[in-house]
Design a binder for this molecule. Structure first.
Ligand SMILES: *[C@@H]1O[C@H](CO)[C@@H](O)[C@H](O)[C@H]1NC(C)=O
Ligand SMILES: *[C@@H]1O[C@H](CO)[C@@H](O)[C@H](O)[C@H]1NC(C)=O
Ligand SMILES: *[C@@H]1O[C@H](CO)[C@@H](O)[C@H](O)[C@H]1NC(C)=O
Ligand SMILES: *[C@@H]1O[C@H](CO)[C@@H](O)[C@H](O)[C@H]1NC(C)=O
Length: 491
């Protein structure tokens, strides 16, 4: 029998809960429960009598309502009753009253109260694979749980993830920002380096560096920009608005603490500003008060030349460009998906940002790997996937991600990313490294003498003969996530 349950657990079987919290028999006043001064209409006492403390033979023996949910009141998803060590992905999206059972048909049920949406989005936390062990710092932050700061007059918004949200993420922080049509992210600068991926729409960016070289460019969804620490820049949406993702090389970065041109003018003596700009203070009477941050703008001219203000130092040399048109890069295709790598090899100004935009087809998996020089900051653009972090000694934990989530894996923890949905999984891996690189577990063992591999893992000749000598990057898989025999799949 299926029960009707709303998002918050109010299954009929749990309705007795309400009565537990109802007031028992009237209680008399004692030294500890004095009737407080309260609003008119108030009755009773704020505290109970001292006779409730500890064992008291005159207190009625508790009745024992069952907290066990009978099997007739829930259903199991495919894979839930399979051996826990298989760690199959459990898709709870269609399950009415999900229960934390793995490796059988009975187990420790959860009578609630609870919010089913969390269980469905995080089935690997709710029903961990039997291989998960030990303690592990949280590796997931959904931007949907971040405070969304709104700009002026509906001009946009931004929400951030830094060490306040995800303490493990010490090397990088992220911001998800939206600009309404023609809106600006005001002229500003900051202590951290900024690397960005356009998520939607198109934008004009501009900057001026220490040499007096200027830079302007127009970018669209899939393109990347970078601004070095301290270099002042501006961002303006074109007429259809835009959304982008910013990554900073400091886990403590805060979007609320950037240096703004509005504040620069507001926080210096007006006489000094007049002297600096060879003007009179009366020319400054309409300066903005308070931060502009994100605010409405006048439409940018389509012809970029109209906003290309070049001085004697000229335009920023191409080799130092602050943008890379990644949307135009042809992805590297492999069985199971595709990948675009962008690192200082081709985008030199972003000297420590190495990234990969990865697409994994349903059933496929970014192969087991780790990074040797950097933590990994991950953003999920589309689909759903899961990742297990293995960290010595003896710890691992599995996390589930959907579009709009941030993931973080400290170096050199091993991990993979498996597509757990029916649509392509698209995610961005960002490292603080001069080159995008990893150690592939498959390649490592493939380049180790078969005898050594066999002595360690007790695998047969067939296993070692199939080990790859190159990185596979993405492993193809079966859309059926309860499948466990892949030996017929081509490598
Ligand atoms: C961009 O935004 C539009 C309008 O909301 C939406 O339909 C589209 O799916 C978005 N594109 C991407 C790549 O997110
Ligand atoms: C800006 O003008 C300079 C000098 O005329 C030119 O070299 C550069 O290509 C222009 N940049 C753009 C984006 O048009
Ligand atoms: C998925 O694969 C398992 C194991 O081979 C099989 O028992 C199950 O029927 C398959 N499910 C579907 C929907 O094909
Ligand atoms: C796995 O599948 C292959 C190809 O279908 C088959 O030859 C092999 O016997 C299977 N192995 C196991 C352990 O079921």
């Amino acid at each position: 029998m299926k029960l009707y349950c709303s998002i918050v657990h109010v299954c009929s079987g749990a309705l007795h809960l309400a009565s537990v919290w109802a007031l028992p028999a009237p209680q008399v006043s004692s030294a500890s429960n004095v009737q407080p001064d309260g609003p008119s209409g108030a009755s009773g006492f704020l505290r109970g009598p001292s006779s409730l403390l500890g064992y008291n033979p005159s207190i009625p023996v508790p009745t024992e309502p069952s907290t066990v949910i009978p099997p007739s009141e829930f259903e199991l998803a495919p894979g839930q009753s399979e051996n826990a060590e298989l760690g199959l992905y459990i898709d709870l999206s269609e399950v009415e009253n999900p229960q934390p059972i793995r490796g059988g048909t009975v187990g420790p049920t959860d009578p609630g109260p609870r919010t089913f949406a969390y269980d469905r989005l995080n089935s690997d936390l709710f029903i961990p694979p039997g291989t998960d062990a030990g303690d592990m710092t949280n590796a997931k932050w959904p931007f949907g749980l971040s405070h969304n700061r709104h700009g002026l007059a509906g001009a946009g918004w931004a929400r951030q993830q830094n060490i306040d949200e995800l303490p493990v993420a010490t090397a990088m922080a992220g911001v998800n920002m939206r600009l309404s049509p023609n809106a600006y992210r005001e002229l500003h600068w900051h202590k951290s380096a900024e690397w960005a991926l356009m998520l939607n729409g198109s934008v004009r960016i501009g900057a001026v560096n220490e040499e007096g070289q200027n830079f302007v460019d127009d970018l669209t969804a899939g393109d990347v920009w970078f601004f070095p620490p301290g270099v002042p820049h501006s961002i303006q949406a074109f007429e259809n608005g835009c959304e982008f993702l910013l990554v900073f090389n400091d886990g403590a970065f805060s979007e609320d603490e950037t240096f703004l041109v509005s504040e620069l003018f507001e926080r210096n003596p007006e006489s000094v500003i007049a002297k600096n700009f060879r003007t009179s203070v009366s020319a400054l009477k309409n300066l903005p008060t308070g931060q502009l941050w994100i605010f409405p703008g006048t439409p940018a001219p389509k012809d970029i030349q109209e906003q290309n203000v070049t001085g004697p130092a000229g335009f920023l040399p191409v080799i130092d460009s602050y943008s890379y048109h990644l949307s135009q890069q042809v992805p590297y295709e492999v069985p199971g998906g595709s990948i675009k790598v962008i690192d200082p090899t081709t985008f030199p100004i972003a000297s420590t940002f190495s990234a990969a935009l990865v697409t994994v087809q349903p059933g496929g998996m970014r192969e087991m790997h780790w990074h040797t020089t950097s933590d990994e900051w991950t953003y999920f653009l589309a689909g759903s996937g899961r990742l297990t972090v293995y960290q010595a000694p003896a710890s691992s934990r599995t996390f589930d991600f959907t579009a709009g989530d941030v993931g973080y894996v400290p170096m050199p923890n091993a991990h993979y990313l498996e597509n757990t949905g029916s649509v392509p999984l698209v995610f961005l891996e960002v490292l603080q490294a001069p080159k995008f690189s990893d150690i592939s577990v498959g390649q490592w063992l493939g380049l180790t003498a078969p005898q050594i591999v066999k002595d360690h893992l007790n695998v047969d000749d067939n296993f070692v003969s199939q080990l790859p000598k190159t990185k596979q990057i993405i492993m193809p898989g079966d859309k059926n996530l309860t499948q466990t025999n892949f030996s017929s799949e081509p490598l």
